[in-house]
Design a protein around this ligand. Structure first.
Ligand SMILES: [Zn+2]
Length: 127
């Protein structure tokens, strides 16, 4: 389960190559019926945003969206995002617990850490 592409991000050689990030296509009943449905752009943007978040951020964001819906939220969000219902429940429990014991640092965040090369100032200039 999860995103098999993430493991490649640990390899600095592969990480430099631009890689298309897959965006989940919403599988909710309304969007399956027609992409003309007014919810489709919202669900698409939700999945677009999720594609750029790390694992725990994805879980908490989807948990929050599920809390907004209330009853039936976990199932609907599972259809929209492709995330497992149990994962969404776990995210809601973590939110309910004020994210206690959740790491604050940027765990498993791709590209975190070193500054990008273009920010560096060249040491020697041609005169
Ligand atoms: Zn949808």
């Amino acid at each position: 389960m999860g995103r098999p592409d993430v493991q490649y991000l640990d390899n600095p050689l592969i990480r430099r190559m631009p890689m298309p990030i897959p965006v989940h296509a919403c599988q909710c009943p309304e969007c399956l019926q027609s992409t003309d449905h007014p919810n489709w752009p919202l669900h698409h943007q939700m999945n677009l945003l999720l594609s750029r978040l790390n694992e725990q951020q994805r879980r908490w964001f989807v948990a929050l969206e599920s809390n907004k819906i209330g009853h039936g939220g976990d199932t609907l969000l599972a259809h929209i995002t492709g995330m497992d219902v149990e994962t969404i429940r776990r995210g809601r429990r973590e939110l309910d617990a004020e994210l206690a014991n959740q790491p604050v640092d940027r765990v498993r965040q791709a590209g975190g850490g070193r500054p990008s090369a273009e920010k560096k100032i060249p040491r020697s200039r041609p005169r």
